[in-house]
Design a protein around this ligand. Structure first.
Ligand SMILES: Cc1cc2nc3c(=O)[nH]c(=O)nc-3n(C[C@H](O)[C@H](O)[C@H](O)COP(=O)(O)OP(=O)(O)OC[C@H]3O[C@@H](n4cnc5c(N)ncnc54)[C@H](O)[C@@H]3O)c2cc1C
Length: 396
């Protein structure tokens, strides 16, 4: 986020004292295990985010002016490690990782005051309305229109794969304010009240049987012009900022999370006497190496953001590493458990409430969401390796 200061910050508290302070906070305020029912879980998560905010432990990378911690590099790493170790949830919805950096960079002072702190506290859930049925990888072809009518826009169209759409209070959406032919030059960035008349949010069922995402229908939805971020028709630049941050944001806490998950998988292999198998040991060693690489790459991203204000193409590298890692890890876990690994949550014989099979099913989407594997590879080829742009794509 282009808002962090602090690489050279000197603090009275040492890193180890900071770690101990976080642990003491978790010992006093740990919210316990989340409820299984999705509605109860939402209330539980919001209460936890409010606790974090009210005690000054929300938004490690956010500026203090907006309620964040503005932590220097090493502290952000420790923060994510301790959250993963304590098994407490992080941010809710896509707002904190994607919309927030955009608002901090391009929003007016009034927009920042109105939107940021309630988002960080978990009072208001934000969801990302970029993708459409005909506009995923080729986002500039999006067709949802916003026609100006006085000091409002009238929005019509459809969004799809909106993560947390069914819990959303606000949608941050890309809409067409120019002609269809203008492609990325005719796109604006609107903040839409998800409870406004004309917004219809329908949950979609995913492979696990849950409802991670929704489709959103927008029918003559009126949005104040004051809720546009940046210039009219200037939304593409903002979208690129938020996409970069989306890929970057998950990297540190995912790397920390998978450090813990890998240890749990090793324990499971030990308990079941599988560590004697050289093939099992070989795969676990491979995962160990990859989880360390993920951690170093995540640190590189935080350093990039602190020094240059942008995550850069390392975020695409990170997204690729994590997505492929989590797919491979869960596939291996299910294989390792044999037929028992295929038992669902309802079976009394399921191992650890079927968490590895659920993870296997859930992570099938990892190489699609936030940009497909092929799109990340294109970015790495062009922006990291300096290879020529894809000639089949329009000039950027
Ligand atoms: C779990 C999950 C959560 C999501 N959450 C959100 C969300 O909250 N908000 C939101 O707006 N969207 C969300 N999405 C949508 C996601 O961003 C899109 O699915 C993704 O961008 C791919 O778009 P598409 O599905 O239209 O596939 P397409 O773009 O149609 O791609 C189809 C295939 O063609 C390949 N392809 C396309 N173009 C190229 C190219 N130039 N070079 C090489 N290969 C190419 C792709 O890699 C893919 O294999 C989510 C998706 C998932 C799976």
């Amino acid at each position: 986020m282009p808002v962090q200061q602090g690489l050279g910050e000197t603090a009275v508290e040492t890193d180890e004292e900071f770690r101990a302070r976080l642990r003491a906070f978790f010992a006093d305020h740990h919210p316990g295990r989340p409820p299984r029912d999705p509605a109860e879980r939402l209330v539980w998560t919001k209460a936890w985010l409010a606790t974090l905010f009210d005690h000054g432990y929300a938004g490690p990378a956010w500026p203090r002016a907006h309620g964040g911690m503005e932590l220097p590099f090493a502290r952000q790493v420790i923060y994510h490690e301790e959250f993963a170790a304590a098994r407490v949830p992080g941010p809710l919805g896509t707002g904190l990782n994607i919309a927030a950096p955009t608002i901090i960079t391009y929003g007016s002072d009034e927009q920042q005051r109105r939107w940021l702190a309630p988002m960080l506290r978990g009072d208001v859930v934000w969801a990302q309305g970029y993708s459409e049925p005909g506009a995923g990888s080729d986002l500039p072809s999006l067709r949802t229109t916003a026609k100006r009518s006085g000091d409002e826009y009238v929005v019509n169209g459809q969004k799809v794969w909106t993560s947390h759409g069914q819990s959303a209070d606000i949608l941050f959406a890309l809409v067409r304010t120019g002609t269809q032919e203008s492609r990325q030059k005719g796109i604006s960035y609107l903040v839409i009240d998800a409870h406004a008349p004309g917004v219809d949010i329908r949950p979609l069922q995913d492979l696990t049987g849950g409802h991670l995402f929704a489709e959103v229908f927008l029918d003559d939805v009126r949005v104040p012009v004051a809720d546009r971020i940046g210039e009219e028709n200037g939304g593409w630049k903002l979208a690129r900022t938020s996409l970069g941050h989306e890929r970057a944001a998950g990297s540190m806490n995912q790397a920390a999370l998978y450090r813990r998950v890998l240890t749990e998988l090793e324990e499971l292999a030990r308990e079941r006497g599988l560590l004697a198998d050289a093939l099992v040991r070989d795969r676990l060693a491979d995962f160990e190496i990859r989880v360390r690489i993920m951690r170093y790459n995540a640190q590189r991203i935080i350093a990039d953001i602190l020094l240059r204000g942008e995550p850069g193409a390392a975020s695409s590298v990170s997204r690729l590493l994590i997505a492929e890692f989590e797919q491979d890890l869960h596939e291996f876990a299910v294989d390792m458990l044999g037929p028992q690994g295929l038992l669902g949550k309802g079976s009394p014989l399921a191992v650890q409430r079927s968490r590895w099979l659920q993870g296997f099913l859930r992570t099938r989407a990892s190489t699609i969401g936030t940009g497909t594997r092929e799109i990340q590879l294109n970015t790495v080829a062009e922006q990291v390796l300096g290879l020529p742009y894809d000639p089949s794509m329009p000039p950027r």
